[in-house]
Design a protein around this ligand. Structure first.
Ligand code: ZN
Length: 238
């Protein structure tokens, strides 16, 4: 299924303040992702923290099928009324894909209801992302293991609710493991958390990472049900 209306949300601060990051992502991680996902045929827009309403006006969200989220150093600058808006759209069917350090973003914590903290270490370690649910649509066309040559380590315990479906487990050179591909449903919306994507590694230039995210966008696409009827109904209306 192509043609999903995708909005790539990005904090877009590290690239402006850190030369190492700017060298890897000269136009920002959001544009690297947009370029990598372009061959999949999505209708792609980007939005960033410093735009009015963080680029996430009601109109933008109403015209978004799937939203991706990357944030790290400025989670607390995200306005609570915008978080309310994102949450509402997810509950009404919009897909949400949370990348890497987005685990501590306001929308993800709100939708999970837990602390969402984990262990971490920056030591240029190899990561192997193992597919543990090979028949899941997010794993379509993937090898049994994706190797990231150098990554930031994320380790358990990851303070999330047990995923509805766990599709990836990561192993790191230093010995830790991590639930790195976690699927949830909240209301009518689908949420996928995907671990890789630290700002000082070129991970969002890797075609296999684009493939995972594209698969997740297809999986998280809203279904076209009529609005759910809830509340008091005087009689059964077939
Ligand atoms: Zn990181």
């Amino acid at each position: 299924m192509s043609g999903s209306r995708l909005t790539i949300w990005h904090e877009y601060r590290h690239e402006k303040h850190n030369k190492e990051v700017a060298d890897i992502y000269p136009e920002g991680m959001h544009r690297a992702l947009a370029a990598g996902l372009a061959p999949y045929g999505f209708d792609i827009k980007t939005a960033t923290l410093d735009e009015p309403e963080h680029g996430l006006t009601q109109e933008v969200l109403d015209n978004t099928d799937v939203l991706t989220w990357w944030g790290h150093m400025a989670h607390e600058e995200v306005r609570d009324d915008i978080v309310d808006r994102v949450q509402e759209r997810v509950l009404n069917g919009m897909g949400l894909i949370v990348l890497h350090s987005g685990h501590l973003s306001k929308p993800f914590r709100r939708l999970m209801g837990t602390g969402c903290m984990l262990k971490w270490r920056e030591a240029d370690e190899k990561e192997r992302i193992w597919v543990v649910d090979p028949s899941h649509p997010i794993c379509d066309g993937l090898p049994e293991c994706i190797e990231i040559p150098e990554a930031e380590m994320y380790g358990e315990h990851f303070d999330i609710p047990p995923p509805d479906t766990l599709v990836f487990i990561s192993w790191f050179e230093g010995g830790e493991v991590f639930r790195s591909g976690c699927c949830y449903q909240r209301g009518q919306g689908k949420i996928f958390y995907f671990r890789p994507g630290h700002e000082t590694y070129p991970i969002f230039h890797m075609p296999v990472v684009h493939k995972v995210i594209a698969n997740a966008i297809h999986w998280a696409q809203p279904v076209s049900n009529p609005p759910m009827v809830r509340g008091n109904i005087p009689e059964f209306m077939p």
